[in-house]
Write a protein that binds this ligand. Structure first.
Ligand SMILES: [Zn+2]
Length: 346
């Protein structure tokens, strides 16, 4: 009865982050093409035991947004036979929630022992959202980055570090796990992340696969990681409450990270930012008032794949107290995205 007395206004909005199409990462400096020997003898290639290039907990406060594109054609495929990559992507993108997290400082760390070959700093942090902005970073696509020699033919390139954060330079010896700088969004980046390209004898190696000449997925793998790193092509980036409909850019900027909402605000909206959604996924967004009554229950079947996806719903008329939002994406009877959040309305 309570619900019916309310004048309800339910927002439902879904927006694809097309800006991600523009994201790419290119070589830093004078990367050369050489006639590298065949890499087919993978069993004989020893690699360092690589750590992650970012100091965070995968699946909790960071995630892999893009894997290496293993398809040489215009099609895209990641090593898990999914589409969480884009054409020609030669590395792995480890993302963080937003620019607020970036500004708080998330370390980029060395994946193995080695020595810095070359680096760059001084490039602005940006969120590339269109072709004009993309053109403006031509020549500095990697942003603030480093190339580190990890020995025995192995190198790693780290891109998009935060402006002014690079703490090593050419010739600096590094130890695995040592801080090189901070996660940023410099160069050709549409979200805050560190891009890692691993090379063996100048040829790109997918760290989830190991040295392998095949250009396909679902293959025998010998990952470079020193610990198991799961394939998680779909997951949560961030979630929260806000008073006004969020845009993708504002979500990346961290502008909807409210700790409380005023009862006089225009609306209360629960929003969720996720990645790797596929056509056929079923999403459900629910909002509960302080009396635990469900006042929003939005269900939708995703009709097109989205590498990054924002969903939100809420009400224009609302009371003080603690509100709760619940969100799930279900695929084949399995929960692939889940977010539960509370907020105080004052
Ligand atoms: Zn990348």
């Amino acid at each position: 009865m309570m619900i019916k007395k309310w004048w309800t206004f339910v927002f439902t909005a879904l927006s694809l982050l097309l800006v991600l199409v523009l994201n790419a990462c290119f070589s830093l400096g004078d990367a050369k093409t050489t006639n590298a020997p065949s890499l087919s003898a993978k069993a004989t290639v020893a690699s360092p035991a690589f750590g992650l290039p970012i100091d965070c907990k995968l699946g909790k406060d960071c995630y892999v947004m893009h894997y290496v594109d293993r398809d040489p054609s215009k099609e895209v495929i990641d090593f898990g036979c999914g589409r969480q990559t884009y054409d020609g992507h030669n590395g792995t993108d480890f993302g963080i929630a937003n620019l607020q997290r970036m500004n708080a400082g998330v370390p980029v760390i060395a994946v193995a022992d080695g020595q810095v070959l070359r680096g760059r700093d001084g490039v602005e942090d940006v969120l590339i959202a269109n072709q004009a902005e993309k053109a403006a970073v031509q020549g500095t696509e990697c942003g603030n980055g480093l190339v580190v020699d990890h020995g025995n033919g192995w190198t790693a390139q780290y891109c998009h570090l935060r402006k002014g954060s690079v703490v090593v330079k050419s010739g600096t010896p590094v130890k695995k796990g040592m801080i090189l700088g901070l996660v940023g969004s410099s160069g050709l980046a549409s979200f805050p992340h560190v891009h890692l390209t691993v090379r063996y004898q100048d040829k790109v190696v997918d760290p989830f696969v190991g040295v392998d000449d095949s250009k396909s997925c679902s293959i025998a793998r010998n990952p470079l990681w020193s610990m198991p790193v799961g394939y998680v092509p779909t997951g949560l980036i961030s979630a929260g409450f806000t008073a006004n409909p969020p845009t993708p850019l504002e979500i990346w900027q961290g502008k909807h990270e409210n700790k409380s909402i005023s009862v006089s605000a225009p609306s209360i909206l629960f929003w969720v930012h996720s990645y790797g959604l596929l056509a056929g996924d079923q999403e459900r967004l629910q909002l509960f008032n302080p009396q635990k009554e469900m006042v929003v229950d939005n269900k939708k079947v995703i009709n097109a794949p989205a590498r990054s996806y924002i969903s939100y719903g809420g009400k224009r008329k609302f009371m003080t107290g603690e509100w709760q939002g619940k969100y799930q994406v279900i695929r084949n009877n399995k929960v692939v995205v889940q977010a539960d959040r509370e907020i105080l309305v004052q």
